[in-house]
Design a protein around this ligand. Structure first.
Ligand code: HAM
Length: 416
């Protein structure tokens, strides 16, 4: 027996109303804020991610689905959505458009992680990227967008965590201070943190080990070592958020798992118990496009995990609209009228009426049971005598009331 690969899931018909709900709300909020959709390929050159997300990150060093294609090019399944959008921005000369260029995506993302509740090897993100403007008003607008998106879904108990991790000017001195601090307590750290100390000291701050958390809490804060420009940016962003009535929690330990961030970083977390609490995160990445060979271009964006959002919709018992049901189910009483019923179903569809046809020879009772299970509003029953008279029976599946309807009027009746 084959099964879906570990850490992946089939999205079954019964799950689809949640997906449609989230995707429709995403498209609606993007329309409201002037973001346009961009779809990029599922795979890209390996180096696109290695150079931006960072060789020292877990995503690149442990989690990428990497493969050589038949011509020997090293490729990777998309482990995140930002670098591909920036690649497309450069490739299609979008710097010639009015800036910022505001783009969004709904995309499958692949990470070879240890699967657990809320953490998958294939997940989906709704993401937005605003490219080409450095003003903190853009950071504020992006954060406002994602916040209003969660509100439009009806989600409660969310906390927005905000931090600034500085830029290439001020971060080196901060990292020195951080390493000085950790050097004194290195023996008390978990093995992962000892590796982080060497490879990616910023990540020391978000270690989940209880023994390391106290150390991280007492560590020097990035916000205190920001250069003047980064400090001004962070202050102005906070003023904008206040003006927008978006509540946030300043979190000096918030750093992200991707290397490209500069200045603003944020994460939206749920209060639900369980390990995976981030339902969205993002920040500014002012060097990424230049690092990919484009002109210096500031940018900011976020990604929100759709599976985690749906999990929260379910646990918070938020109802979602059901998908459209068929209007009619065409049944037949006896094999002599089977072909006529088959044609009638197709006539109804051509008239724009969502119709299911009984396709095999079964008792009328069995067909009506099938009609009930299909969710159709009406059953149209074709019988030999009625057909000769040019009529069919219309059965309201809710009330079981039956009426005789001339064939010529059937479509109009169903449309009404
Ligand atoms: P990220 O924080 O790695 O950021 O992912 C964004 C969101 O995707 C997370 O907050 C979480 O909801 C969801 N997510 C991540 N990994 C998994 C997983 N294994 N299973 C289920 N859900 C997951 C980024 O990817 C950045 N590209 C976001 C960004 C856009 N920054 C700027 N622009």
């Amino acid at each position: 027996m084959y099964r879906a690969p570990r850490g992946t899931a089939d999205i079954l018909p019964a799950d689809q109303p949640y997906w449609r709900f989230v995707e429709d709300k995403a498209a609606a909020i993007c329309n409201l804020y002037g973001y346009r959709r961009l779809d990029t390929p599922v795979f890209e050159e390996y180096n696109l991610f290695a150079r931006t997300v960072g060789e020292g990150t877990d995503i690149v060093s442990k989690e990428m689905y990497t493969f050589e294609d038949r011509s020997g090019h090293l490729m990777a399944l998309r482990p995140e959505g930002t670098a591909p959008v920036c690649r497309a921005y450069i490739e299609h000369g979008m710097h010639n458009l009015p800036q910022p260029v505001k783009l969004y995506y709904l995309a499958a993302i692949f990470r070879y992680e240890r699967p657990q509740a809320g953490r998958y090897r294939q997940h989906h993100q709704f993401g937005c990227e605003a490219i080409g403007e450095a003003d903190p008003a853009v950071d504020a607008e992006v954060i406002d967008l994602v916040w209003q998106f969660y509100r439009s879904l009806g989600l409660k108990d969310l906390t927005l965590h905000l931090n600034s991790i500085g830029c290439r000017v001020c971060r080196p001195a901060y990292l020195e201070a951080l390493k000085d601090y950790y050097a004194g307590i290195i023996d008390s750290l978990c093995p992962d943190c000892r590796t982080r100390f060497q490879k990616n000291p910023l990540r020391l701050l978000d270690c989940k080990e209880p023994s390391c958390q106290a150390a991280a809490e007492a560590a020097p804060s990035t916000a205190r070592s920001l250069c003047q420009e980064c400090g001004k940016h962070h202050d102005r962003l906070q003023k904008y958020l206040l003006r927008l009535d978006v509540n946030y929690k300043f979190n000096h330990r918030l750093v992200r798992g991707l290397d490209y961030y500069t200045r603003t970083v944020f994460e939206i977390q749920t209060r639900e118990a369980g390990a995976q609490t981030a339902i969205g995160g993002g920040g500014r990445y002012d060097n990424l496009i230049e690092d990919l060979g484009g002109k210096p271009t500031p940018a900011v964006g976020f990604g929100a995990g759709i599976e985690r959002i749906i999990q929260n919709l379910i646990s918070q018992k938020i109802p979602v609209p059901s998908l459209p049901q068929p209007a009619a189910f065409v049944a037949f009483a006896g094999d002599s009228v089977r072909d006529a019923a088959f044609s009638l179903a197709s006539d109804l569809r051509r008239a724009g009426i969502a119709t299911i046809a009984a396709l095999s020879s079964r008792s009328l009772k069995a067909q009506l049971k099938q009609a009930d299970a299909s969710g159709a509003r009406y059953a149209v029953i074709v019988g030999e005598e009625e057909l000769a008279r040019g009529t069919v029976t219309l059965r309201d599946m809710g009330t079981s009331k039956q009426t005789s309807v001339p064939m010529a009027e059937l479509a109009a009746r169903l449309i009404n």
